[in-house]
Design a protein around this ligand. Structure first.
Ligand SMILES: [Zn+2]
Length: 301
């Protein structure tokens, strides 16, 4: 039986409006819908009066203006970024210019090159956090405190932010309800992603608020389904190799039935991420390093 992921795509919101979604948490969705962002980037506001903004969003003036208008009379004291994709961090610049608040994140975009064509939203190469966070660091505001949880995989600098007093985890693009995450090498790393999923299973957060789409209210079931899904994908790739199918495009053809053409490259990158992980464990081989255009076979282990 194929793994069923309990996707959640019921999402009610209005573009340009800052709306309460839970006690002490508000959200405003940017108008940047795409096959990678669902309805758009959900920018979260934590606290009241003196607030933190999580994932200010894409470089979209109307989004920053709507956020600032919604926060009239309040003070933005912290700008937090889960990771440096272009749908998450670029608006930090305009928000900082307007508020003077410092930015917080794991670090600048890493892996790959600035000029490479991006698989999804691409890297925001210009973002450098004022304050660098590491796993387990705390950031405290007037009526909230957030814990940084390093969750590499989707990107190497991905952080989730936990509000432990209310069981909330802002899960960024690491765990989303509407879709699986894109794991695109070189910055995307399947082994790291799987370890970051396991890491969440060791925590007690009770609800996840991802940057795209609705909340996940049974987070451990959801994470377990993602782990099972990736293991199933890995088994499918090994079946392909056993059948002599060793090129990534042919593996995608075989495994991703009914895939939208616009998502083929992302699927190829995910298969590549699995193959890099498998090669690292000695399970598969290629001639030379495991590249996108390599011909793969089972290893001798
Ligand atoms: Zn992302």
């Amino acid at each position: 039986m194929p793994v069923e992921i309990p996707f959640r795509r019921d999402f009610s919101f209005e573009y340009g409006r800052i709306e309460p979604v839970a006690p002490g948490i508000r959200r405003i969705v940017a108008r940047n819908p795409s096959p990678f962002t669902f309805k758009g980037t959900g920018t979260y506001v934590v606290g009241s009066g003196e607030v933190a903004v999580i994932d200010p969003g894409p470089d979209l003036a109307e989004h920053v203006e709507a956020l600032l208008a919604g926060l009239k009379g309040e003070w933005v004291t912290h700008i937090l970024v889960t990771h440096t994709h272009r749908d998450h961090s670029p608006a930090a610049r305009a928000l900082q210019a307007a508020t003077g608040a410092p930015t917080y994140g794991f670090g600048p975009h890493a892996g790959g090159k600035r000029e490479e064509t991006a698989v999804e939203e691409g890297g925001d190469w210009d973002f450098v956090p004022d304050v660098t966070l590491r796993d387990g660091d705390w950031i405290a505001g007037k009526d909230w405190r957030l814990e940084a949880v390093h969750t590499p995989g989707h990107t190497s600098n991905h952080l989730c932010f936990a509000l432990p007093d209310s069981g909330v985890l802002f899960s960024g693009d690491h765990v989303m309800g509407w879709s699986t995450s894109v794991i695109a090498p070189p910055d995307g790393d399947m082994a790291a992603y799987m370890a970051s999923l396991e890491k969440l299973l060791g925590r007690r957060d009770t609800v996840y608020w991802p940057t795209h789409g609705p909340a996940i209210t049974e987070p451990h079931d959801h994470v377990c389904a993602f782990i099972a899904h990736r293991r199933e994908r890995e088994a499918g790739i090994l079946d392909c190799l056993r059948a002599g199918i060793g090129r990534i495009d042919a593996i995608v053809e075989r495994l991703y039935v009914g895939l939208q053409p616009g998502l083929r490259r992302a699927a190829g990158r995910s298969v590549h991420a699995h193959l890099i992980d498998l090669a690292g464990r000695g399970v598969v081989e290629a001639d030379g390093p495991p590249m996108l255009d390599s011909n793969y076979r089972l290893g001798r282990l």
